[in-house]
Design a protein around this ligand. Structure first.
Ligand SMILES: [Zn+2]
Length: 170
């Protein structure tokens, strides 16, 4: 297995931690000099905080580890294309490269909706590599949303059944 795939596998493992908390499964790792120095996963609902995206959680940890807000020489591996907030933070962090599992047509800001990582007018551009373990990353998300829809359907059916029972008693 290539290093890229190995690091993406670890990002997927992080995403599964989000999934275990019933969060949308998104995970990432930050690599410096061939080693993982930070990990992050989506905790938006758990933390009740819009800032708790996987990427921001990992950036915070990487900066703490390096003792520097600059993440020069680092590469992020993330299962899903970053949003506008995280792409902005990645440019601000001066990270070298972002390796993406699957793209996000509806909200991605590394080329899908727009490409915030490579705006010429800014003082830093981030190299983008996409499609690493793409299938695995995208199936993980579609399976999650499928299960969520089924769960909601089931809850609705249960509620209807309870309602009918109550009405039958009246
Ligand atoms: Zn984000």
């Amino acid at each position: 297995m290539t290093d890229q795939k190995r690091f993406m596998k670890e990002a997927i493992r992080q995403a599964k931690k989000a999934e275990a908390l019933e969060e949308v499964p998104i995970g990432c790792v930050i690599v410096y000099e061939g080693k993982i120095i930070a990990r992050g996963y989506n905790r938006r609902n758990t933390d009740r905080n819009t800032l708790s995206h996987a990427e921001l959680n990992a950036i915070r940890k990487a900066s703490k580890k390096l003792g520097d807000w600059r993440l020069e020489g680092c590469t992020m591996y993330v299962t899903l294309e970053p949003c506008q907030m995280c792409s902005g933070a990645l440019v601000q962090s001066r990270i070298d490269e972002v390796v993406i599992g699957c793209m996000n047509a509806k909200a991605g800001c590394a080329g899908s909706v727009m490409n915030l990582l490579q705006v010429e007018g800014f003082n830093h551009q981030v190299k983008i590599t996409q499609g690493v373990l793409e299938e695995e990353c995208s199936t993980m998300l579609s399976d999650f949303f499928k299960r969520l829809r089924e769960k909601k359907k089931q809850e609705k059916a249960t509620r209807k059944l309870e309602q009918e029972r109550l009405e039958a008693k009246e």
